[in-house]
Design a protein around this ligand. Structure first.
Ligand code: DGI
Ligand code: FE
Ligand code: FE
Length: 199
């Protein structure tokens, strides 16, 4: 399905093939292959949950656009633009989604709010997520190349109930971060409180 997908030119003025060229020029072959697998999974989930498949394709292809930008460039952007300055206390794991959405808007001329939000939230989730944002968040986690304890359960949940897949991923990401003693971004906690925790 995705390999032959033709864009309507509603969200970008150029073709999927041109988008692929722009994205692949920004990253290693290995990461680009991950991006293509996320696109495949995102289009599948979008179709399953009645989300716009073209938007899912564009958001998936661009979600890690900024992942290989040098730290110095990301830091200058955070300082120069209207970003929350607490971002400076984190690293590329958090920057590449939040600052990435900004770079995708400027450099790839994508202005659709849902697509940009899905890129922005793809690592941390949020208390309030569109269905498209959930699709990208989950597709990134369960794409066919992922291989970690629990990925089969996450894949099963993703086909049964998208919100439950968001909850599963959020809980396991938080457990992983805490296990490693990594700093938790406040939005990740907000995602946990909204999608996982009970009162
Ligand atoms: O970019 P990908 O590797 O495809 O996937 P991603 O954007 O979901 O990034 C996953 C990484 O981000 C993973 O190593 C965990 C990390 N991460 C997620 N939430 C947080 C976080 N790292 C920190 N320090 N804090 C968080 O809240
Ligand atoms: Fe990412
Ligand atoms: Fe990714």
């Amino acid at each position: 399905m995705t390999q032959t997908m033709t864009y309507s030119k509603t969200y970008i003025t150029y073709s999927r093939e041109e988008l692929i060229e722009k994205v692949s020029s920004q990253m290693s072959k290995k990461r680009f292959e991950h991006v293509l697998r996320v696109e495949k999974k995102a289009c599948f989930l979008a179709d399953l949950y009645q989300v716009d498949v073209e938007k899912a394709s564009i958001a998936a292809l661009t979600h890690d656009y900024a992942k290989e930008r040098p730290d110095e460039e990301m830091i200058s952007l955070i300082k120069a633009r209207n970003f929350n300055q607490e971002l400076l206390e984190y690293g590329y794991a958090i920057w590449h989604g939040v600052v990435g959405a900004h770079l995708v808007k400027e450099e790839l001329e994508i202005s659709d709010k849902d697509i940009l939000e899905a890129i922005e939230l793809h690592t941390t989730g949020a208390a309030k997520m569109s269905e498209l944002a959930k699709v990208i968040y989950v597709a990134d986690y369960i794409e066919d190349g992922r291989n970690f304890n629990g990925v089969e359960e996450a894949r099963k949940l993703a086909e049964e109930n998208l919100d439950k897949a968001v909850a599963f991923e959020t809980k396991h990401t938080l457990l992983y971060l805490i296990g490693k003693g990594f700093k938790v971004y406040p939005k990740t906690i907000e995602t946990y409180n909204r999608w996982v925790a009970q009162n």
